[in-house]
Design a protein around this ligand. Structure first.
Ligand code: ZN
Length: 109
């Protein structure tokens, strides 16, 4: 259960994702690279919860991390969610792959 490990750029010691200071050498962990990888983009827009969930499941099956934005989680009125659509968000680095994958499945055009 340790496949999420990161290494300190100063000493090469193993650190965890949440560490802001290296437990080995005390270096402040630069978040730039992690933040870049954490940037998200809209891969697709859906107007139905069902379609959005299917797309999300397909991407997860393909090993692409994603989440839905604007789905009916109670914070948004259905009418508003409908007019704005449900956005399928993926990490920027996975965007192209995600879009191609969804196109290949005819989930998006
Ligand atoms: Zn270190």
């Amino acid at each position: 259960m340790d496949d999420n490990s990161f290494v300190c750029s100063e000493c090469g010691g193993e650190i965890s994702e949440s560490d802001r200071i290296c437990p080995h050498c005390g270096a402040v962990i630069e978040a730039t690279q992690a933040e870049e990888n954490m940037e998200v983009e809209t891969a697709a827009m859906f107007y139905s919860d069902v379609d959005a969930e299917i797309a999300k499941e397909r991407l997860e099956e393909a090993g692409i991390d994603c989440y839905l934005l604007g789905s009916s989680d109670g914070s948004m009125r259905p009418s508003l969610a409908f007019s704005q659509g449900i956005r399928l968000m993926v990490l920027k680095k996975d965007l192209e792959k995600a879009v191609e994958y969804l196109k290949g499945l005819n989930i998006i055009e």
